[in-house]
Write a protein that binds this ligand. Sequence first.
Ligand SMILES: Nc1ncnc2c1ncn2[C@@H]1O[C@H](COP(=O)(O)OP(=O)(O)O)[C@@H](O)[C@H]1O
Ligand SMILES: [Mg+2]
Length: 325
Amino acid sequence: MSQEIALQVNNLRVSYRAGEQAIPAVNDVSFSLYAGERLGIVGESGSGKTTLALALMRLHKPPAYILGGEAILGDGKDIMTLDREAMRQTRWSRLSLIPQGSMNSLNPVVKVKHQMADAIEAHERGWTRAHINKRISELLGRVGLPDSVAEMFPHELSGGMKQRVCIALAIVLEPSVIIADEPTSALDVVVQRVVMQTLNEVQQQLNAAMIIIGHDMGLMAQSADRLAVMYAGKMVEVSPIRSFFHDPQHPYSQLLISSLPSPEEQRELAGIPGSQPSLLELPSGCAFHPRCPVAEDRCKVDIPQLRFVRADRRVACHLVEEQPA
Ligand SMILES: Nc1ncnc2c1ncn2[C@@H]1O[C@H](COP(=O)(O)OP(=O)(O)O)[C@@H](O)[C@H]1O
Ligand SMILES: [Mg+2]
């Protein structure tokens, strides 16, 4: 992992309009994604992970809108300010997404090769049929599928195979940043691990940086180099994966870890007392304070900023002390 930055997100804010109100689904999120690294993002359902992924691709749809912030790629371009044509050229070729639930949105009655050819032709105009077929076979190979899959319909494929096709579709243009939104959630446990392994291999071969969104701590332990925890639209901790598991800093992270039997064991986020607040009526101060076992008076008043508490760790909690490296 280098310190070269593949994507720098600064103060990104995305809301959903709800009548007169705005739901702050991504609330002032900032993070760096280093070239070649795998950053996991975890958080309970509704914490803003998918909204973040879609906004980074500028694929969010109304009532979602971007209020502000930057997302700067390695070449210095800010995704948030690209015009339509520049965004079209950037999407899938520099930055690509495996959308949440994508394996169930493959067209069941269109052969895999036609869906892949469409993705290729959308960008590579003028390729011959032979050239396209060769590329399809190459891409299927990369995700561990035999050529014969090209002639099949998605409804003939297992969940794991469909998800591999979705991974292949995301890497048609060899992006330098891949965002995978819950890439394995609909699969059974064994298949989850092998599909995640394939995704990791693909990412390494392309030397891409990857954001893996999920709520499965076991899979994160298997894949991620660093982990970011989201709570009610904010990142509350960003840490290298080992330090996170061994010494979680944010009280929410500590509860997440203590609810796990072991990092290796398959477990979804669960077992934290209380529930996430409504985004329309966020608690004052730290949004986690009503559930926090160590909250103090100031936590009800001041919103904690995500700040460095170690050389390589950021935490948004008033009670975590900074320690010199
Ligand atoms: N289409 C929508 N309309 C209004 N609000 C939405 C919509 N989609 C998501 N939200 C709001 O945004 C929040 C974050 O959703 P999402 O990004 O899908 O979370 P996650 O992927 O972490 O489960 C939700 O809690 C909900 O309040
Ligand atoms: Mg989601």
